[in-house]
Design a binder for this molecule. Structure first.
Ligand SMILES: [Zn+2]
Ligand SMILES: [Zn+2]
Length: 423
């Protein structure tokens, strides 16, 4: 949906008065009519509730509750969309992160920041890095609020030295993607995208985005990765994920996993895309929507489905996210991870696939076939479908490294290992 349309404030009703203070109403959110200050307060309240719950371990969080200081820094993922811009603005307004050189004299009523430092990361995709000055605008938005801005490109998923590069360049103050292999990596990514069906490309890019955010977070001393995914986007992801056969591990995507070294927090998940866009309008923030995906794919279909349905039935998004929040992950938690999406792979699926799938077609040769055969049993059901019919193309190194770590030991290798112990 076009964000420009969403940001148009509703026309003021002739007798429109703010339902909270009686002032001149400008914004209509669900059944509430609000003036600008009340609307901003309302959005801050919702964002604060979502952020403060997981941070303070409280089941009844509120916006006035101040979460305890966190051990590491925060990494804010900026796509340029309204959700991430609104989240960034809220965190800066409420002093959630510290700014280098700033003093926090608590005796004068200043609250110490939740995170001593914060970074912002933007992953540029082939069809967005040409967008007029998007990177420069995001850099300006981040740096003007005291964050360190990091920009990586989707093709950097092929850069095995990405973590060192991010760390090394941080010391120098500049982080960019100008490395010697940039064009090689870009053509590798192009080849990979061309090797799968057109409908699988958005899913593949989403996994690459996930892996890159994980790599950048691992390179920095961060304890939290903050994502500006809105409720609308989450609803679309729930429907698309279910349709792709990702339902088994889906509940894990919707909660804050603090068991991992870097906890992922979705601060804007209680706001709809419209509310986030209205917030950006009210605060005069520029946001960029590049999600209008061309072509098919389950993501594009569900995006259109949710957008058209919620235009007529405003409760659609809420109903989907509320239902999804009740989903429970039934696994034991020690399942092997799928090397592509890095979510637990249902162990029963490999056996089911072995019975249900036809045997491999003859004709593929050499290392490519061996690589595919080694990878195939490790993939989760949804990723196996995404990569189905893949032509020869180099997989990102993280997939191969993960697969190598997971690969079951073959019978021969086992026998060789215990050869000396056999009676
Ligand atoms: Zn008001
Ligand atoms: Zn997977």
């Amino acid at each position: 949906m076009c964000e420009a349309q969403e940001t148009m404030p509703r026309p003021c009703r002739p007798k429109g008065a703010c339902s909270r203070c009686g002032g001149r109403a400008l914004y209509v959110v669900r059944d509430l009519v609000m003036c600008r200050p009340c609307f901003l307060k309302h959005i801050h309240h919702r964002l604060g509730r979502t952020m403060n719950g997981p941070l303070s371990g409280s089941s009844r969080p509120n916006v006035t509750m101040r979460p305890p200081a966190q051990p590491g820094a925060a990494l804010i993922a900026l796509s340029g969309g309204a959700g991430s811009m609104a989240l960034l603005d809220f965190l800066a307004e409420r002093n959630y992160f510290g700014v280098a050189g700033a003093e926090y004299d608590i005796t004068r009523g200043r609250v110490p920041p939740v995170w001593a430092r914060a970074y912002a990361v933007h992953v540029a995709f082939p069809d967005t890095w040409a967008t007029d000055g998007l990177g420069a605008k995001l850099r300006e938005a981040a740096e003007s609020r005291g964050l360190t801005y990091i920009e990586v490109r989707a093709a950097d998923v092929y850069d095995t030295a990405l973590e060192e590069r991010v760390r090394a360049q941080l010391d120098g103050g500049v982080v960019d993607s100008a490395n010697a292999n940039a064009s090689d990596n870009a053509s590798r990514l192009d080849a990979l995208l061309a090797s799968v069906a057109a409908a699988s490309r958005p899913t593949l890019l989403a996994h690459i985005l996930d892996a890159l955010l994980g790599s950048v977070a691992a390179a920095l001393p961060v304890s939290h990765l903050l994502l500006g995914e809105t409720a609308t986007r989450e609803a679309q992801r729930v429907i698309a994920g279910t349709a792709q056969g990702r339902g088994w591990s889906l509940p894990l995507d919707l909660v804050t996993l603090s068991s991992q070294s870097v906890a992922r927090l979705r601060g804007a998940r209680e706001l709809s895309a419209k509310e986030a866009a209205l917030y950006c309008h009210a605060r005069g923030l520029e946001s960029f929507s590049w999600r209008a995906r061309r072509g098919g794919g389950i993501e594009a279909l569900t995006e259109r489905f949710v957008a058209t349905l919620s235009a007529r039935h405003p409760a659609t998004v809420g109903a989907i996210t509320r239902t999804a929040s009740k989903l429970q992950f039934t696994g034991a938690g020690n399942e092997p991870r799928c090397p592509l999406c890095l979510r637990p792979a249902d162990p029963g699926i490999a056996e089911w696939k072995a019975r249900a799938s036809l045997t491999a077609l003859p004709g593929r040769q050499g290392g490519e076939k061996a690589q595919a055969e080694q990878l195939e049993p490790l993939l989760c059901y949804a990723c196996a479908t995404t990569l189905k019919g893949r032509k020869a193309a180099e997989l990102p190194p993280y997939v191969l490294a993960e697969a190598a770590a997971q690969r079951p030991v073959s019978r021969d290798e086992m026998r060789a290992a215990i050869a000396d112990c056999l009676l």
